[in-house]
Write a protein of this length. Structure first.
Length: 500
């Protein structure tokens, strides 16, 4: 069976480690390949390749780097369906969702193509007598990206195009559950003209990540994943004194006001809770209803909508299902355990997805759309990130109680409010403690020219991803104060300089 290796210096290479992990098709449960898990020696090879390439890459003009990214974008578009098939095979999401993931990632590539404009510094003429001051945005060096299984293309594209455009070299460590998309993109970058060592893919697990962060040549690490791992990555980076952006877990709430359009809310929740089998960091997993009448109506509407949802293998296209399997057998078992726990804790199980079986794919990792009502904050299904097709309905007495409930949660990634009242929406946007907020938009993922990131334990580090914050993360600022004397000045100065 084929073993996926690494991609270093523009070539596919085998690792020195004997460790491998199996790769499965989530729709069938069958193994289709294996992936190498890098050891410390492999990590050192990857860092060496990136470190050797950095001086020449950083010395290229921003326009020259951007033109390579322009060609990369065109190659991505030419191979979009092939790449979407790779995503569906290894992650399990339906083909249309895989294509949409690539499109959202390409928006960041397009943003990165315009980075020469954002790398301009500031200039102040005459800050003192014959003294000017100006700033430079300079690259960091070798940067590392660590991406999760749920977006094997989009999340890497939130990282490396901006890092490369800013003059850094990059090592991508994708999830060991679906690494093939990163290897595919690495070869497209080679075809686009990226020099050897500029972009590298190192497959592995926790030991691989720790080896990369420990290497003194690595200057920054960008991470997306669960909160415990995000916190660990941030701590390791901080111990080394390097910069890190570590995006963690989420428990995104959608606040349903009594005046909200029921059909609109139902449609929004079906897509936001069950799209990609709920394996999205921006999935809505809690709907907070203000008053019991609204909750009762919403539950009945959702029950009908769930009954009409189609679940099947991601590569099936005629007709294409709306939801595919979960990524792995272990993750499906974990989600089932959460559903079991919700029943044990006393939540009302309105729709139970545990018994779903996909005909012809009985060994796939499928769980049907699941809906709980009367969920309370003390329940585990409310407190923890399930990362599966499970939606919880929570009932609040009024708007203030609903807002307090959302703000009390440890995660603050994304949230939304559905209402026809502009005043209520404005008040919510100002008061809610979350990094991304939607108004009648269930999944408020920012466009590439804005930045993505949460609050509280959904983000470790001061800077969000992509957009202007991404440029700040992948560059360091240098301020220069210059004077050109017409003749030699005499006398040393021993007091703090004061510009006049």
């Amino acid at each position: 069976m084929e073993v996926r290796g690494h991609y270093l210096n523009n070539s596919a290479v085998a690792g020195t480690s004997a460790r491998v992990a199996a790769l499965f098709d989530p729709a069938t449960g069958a193994q289709h390949a294996s992936v190498a898990l890098a050891d410390a020696a492999d990590a050192a090879r990857a860092v060496h390749a990136a470190a050797q390439a950095w001086p020449a890459w950083a010395a290229l003009t921003p326009l020259a780097r951007a033109r390579i990214l322009f060609r990369f974008r065109e190659l991505m578009l030419a191979h979009l369906d092939e790449l979407a098939g790779i995503i569906s095979l290894e992650h399990g999401k339906v083909f249309a969702d895989a294509r949409a993931e690539i499109q959202r990632g390409l928006e960041v590539v397009e943003f990165a193509c315009g980075i020469p404009h954002l790398l301009k510094g500031e200039h102040s003429l005459g800050v003192g007598s014959n003294i000017d001051s100006y700033t430079l945005h300079q690259s960091l060096g070798v940067c590392v990206g660590i991406s999760p299984f749920n977006f094997p293309v989009m999340v890497p594209l939130w990282m490396f195009p901006i890092a490369l455009a800013c003059g850094n070299t990059f090592i991508m460590k994708p999830s060991e559950l679906d690494p093939s998309a990163s290897l595919f993109m690495a070869d497209l970058l080679r075809q686009a003209g990226a020099p050897p060592g500029v972009f590298n893919v190192l497959n592995g697990d926790r030991a691989t990540v720790e080896a990369l962060i420990a290497d003194t040549r690595v200057q920054a690490v960008s991470f997306v994943g669960s909160t415990p791992v995000a916190e660990s990555v941030y701590r390791l980076a901080a111990q080394r004194g390097i910069r890190a952006q570590a995006l963690g877990g989420a428990k995104n709430h959608l606040l349903v006001m009594p005046d909200a359009d029921l059909a609109q809310v139902t449609t929004a929740l079906l897509g936001a809770a069950y799209g990609s089998a709920g394996e999205r960091c921006m999935a809505i997993s809690v709907a907070v209803c203000v008053d019991d009448a609204s909750a009762d109506a919403l539950v009945q509407s959702l029950r009908k909508g769930i009954a009409a949802l189609t679940v099947g293998p991601g590569m099936q296209q005629q007709p294409e299902p709306q939801m595919g399997p979960l990524v792995s057998q272990a993750h499906a078992a974990k989600v089932r355990a959460y559903i079991d726990g919700g029943v044990d804790d006393g939540a009302t199980l309105v729709c139970d997805g545990r018994g779903f079986v996909c005909k012809g794919h009985e060994h796939g990792y499928f769980i049907g759309p699941t809906l709980f009502d009367h969920v309370t904050p003390g329940m585990r299904i409310y407190r923890e990130e399930i990362f599966g097709p499970v939606l919880c309905i929570v009932r609040a007495r009024n708007y203030d109680d609903a807002l307090a409930l959302i703000n009390a949660h440890e995660f603050g990634n994304g949230t939304a409010i559905f209402t026809r009242n502009g005043r209520a929406a404005r008040r919510f946007c100002e008061a809610v403690q979350a990094g991304m907020v939607g108004v009648n938009v269930p999944i408020p993922v920012p466009m590439a020219f804005h930045s993505f990131g949460g609050w509280k334990r959904s983000l470790f580090g001061p800077l969000h991803m992509h957009g202007p914050e991404g440029v700040r993360f992948f560059t360091r600022l240098k301020t220069i104060t210059a004077r050109w004397h017409e003749s030699e000045a005499g006398g040393a100065g021993f007091a703090m300089p004061v510009l006049k």
